[in-house]
Design a protein around this ligand. Sequence first.
Ligand SMILES: Nc1ncnc2c1ncn2[C@@H]1O[C@H](COP(=O)(O)OP(=O)(O)OP(=O)(O)O)[C@@H](O)[C@H]1O
Length: 283
Amino acid sequence: MSIIEFCSVDQIYHAGTSIQKKSLSAVSFNVEQGEMVAVVGATGSGKSTLVQHINGILLPYKGQVLVKGVATSEKKHRRSLWRMVGLVFQYPENQLFEDTVYKDVAFGPRNLKLPNTEVDRRVRYALKKVGLDYEFIKDESPLNLSGGQKRRVAVAGVLAIEPEILVLDEPTAGLEPRVAIDLLRHLKELQLENNTTVLIVTHNLKEVASMVDRVLVLHQAKVLFSGTPRELYSRYYNLPGSGLALPPALELMLGLEKRGKKVRTDVLTIDEAVAEILKACKK
Ligand SMILES: Nc1ncnc2c1ncn2[C@@H]1O[C@H](COP(=O)(O)OP(=O)(O)OP(=O)(O)O)[C@@H](O)[C@H]1O
């Protein structure tokens, strides 16, 4: 059984009014336990709408979303769904409201009525997972932190709930590239160490292409493609309107191919591109 199943899901905002808007149309896909999936697509394609179905903030207008085999619409399972699925909204740092980092990260576990020792363990664990030094940062006011630090604290607040499924809507938006890559690296570690299922909504597939197992491309409320990043890039030209940018390593390979060099055109990383260039030089 897949951990997440979307079965022919339609979503309509303001249904039955003159301003109704279909933002998901017959969306079907599965996510396996422990997978890391990127959700990409042009602005307005339905990415945020889609991920808000996973913890039941939005319920399907038609069809079903199942998490561990249970429909998100089942009221009696709501609490366990919220514990299982951690959702990090766009710009989550706007929701930091406590006077210290410690209290902010502890908010979720305290809400779960966990004993203080367990709350403390989780705060330490979550801050470490996002690359922050517990002793250094725990008593700081969130207001005094840099943008990147605030983002990490906000993500730590969700990690402290220890969700089995972690959904992040544009987690690197507005961060400088070095900070963004570091945060993504920590999310990858979390996936690999804890078998956490991770879904990342992003405009920047280039940034995550080498770390995700699968990419889901949305286009005008529909799933246009679901497969590995390599499969996606090898079919890139068949995906008009997806608004995808190529990773620099792949652009380099396509440039070489245009100049008559026989190189692989499914590379994702600079290391792979270097290996191809060295091979081409030897020929
Ligand atoms: N609360 C809402 N009320 C009405 N329409 C909405 C609402 N939220 C989103 N929409 C519409 O649904 C469609 C999908 O929006 P959504 O935010 O899911 O797209 P997205 O792919 O996440 O876009 P972006 O990349 O710009 O964040 C858009 O046309 C949007 O205008």
